[in-house]
Design a protein around this ligand. Structure first.
Ligand code: DC
Length: 202
């Protein structure tokens, strides 16, 4: 039986941490849909045309550590504006969402466009300052040479593009439950999400 958890929100709000923990807790599969756009963005940086890259995407393209850089994140946000790129990625996401045993998908448009009938919809958010600080610590931890100001500017630029695009903009689904992680520890945010999923299952 399928059970779909849709988790949307802006960059670095904690979606990834929450999604992985929810999937592990309930034994569901997890898809970080940002990786699809990052993989297309990485191909475009390497010289490919965005729509063709999206149409030819393979699951092995997602297993690449270099997809986690700020440059690839920006390229992902840029290709994500193109309706044909988004269209090329829909079938894969919907089929993942419908798999037996449950699935958690995190992204920007999961509860609104990809899985409007998801059993649970969460919108995970936090202030831009909090998100930038977290992303900054993460990137510095990986040895990247960044300033907090650059990361904040990057987060704000991506937010604006993701929120203002015409196709599938980042917006909470009307029936989503909002978790603001600005003042929550990771453990508290995860517990809040698990509580919502538990309630929907019973
Ligand atoms: O979640 P992320 O930061 O890895 O996503 C990278 C970019 O991909 C994000 O800025 C916008 C785009 N994206 C999207 O448009 N729709 C999704 N479902 C997931 C990501």
């Amino acid at each position: 039986m399928s059970f779909t958890v849709a988790i949307d929100g802006p960059a670095a709000a904690g979606k990834g941490t929450i999604s992985k923990a929810v999937a592990a807790h309930f034994g569901f599969a997890h898809l970080d849909t940002g990786l699809l756009y990052r993989a297309v963005g990485a191909k475009v940086i390497a010289g490919a045309a965005p729509i063709a890259a999206a149409q030819a995407l393979e699951t092995t393209d997602l297993e690449n550590d270099s997809l986690r850089t700020p440059q690839v994140a920006q390229a992902a946000s840029e290709v994500a504006v193109i309706p044909q790129v988004r269209a090329a990625l829909i079938a894969f996401q919907r089929s993942f969402a419908g798999r037996d045993g449950g699935a958690v998908l995190d992204g920007r448009d999961i509860g609104t466009v990809i899985c409007p009938d998801a059993h649970v919809k969460l919108f995970v958010t936090a202030s831009a300052a909090c998100r930038a600080e977290r992303r900054f610590q993460e990137l510095v931890g990986k040895g990247m040479d960044m300033t907090l100001d650059t990361v904040l500017a990057d987060v704000k630029e991506r937010d604006a593009r993701d929120r203002n695009r015409k196709t599938a903009p980042l917006v909470p689904a009307d029936d989503s439950i909002v978790i603001d992680t600005s003042d929550l520890s990771a453990a508290e945010a995860i517990a809040a999400a698990i509580k919502v999923v538990d309630a929907a299952r019973s």
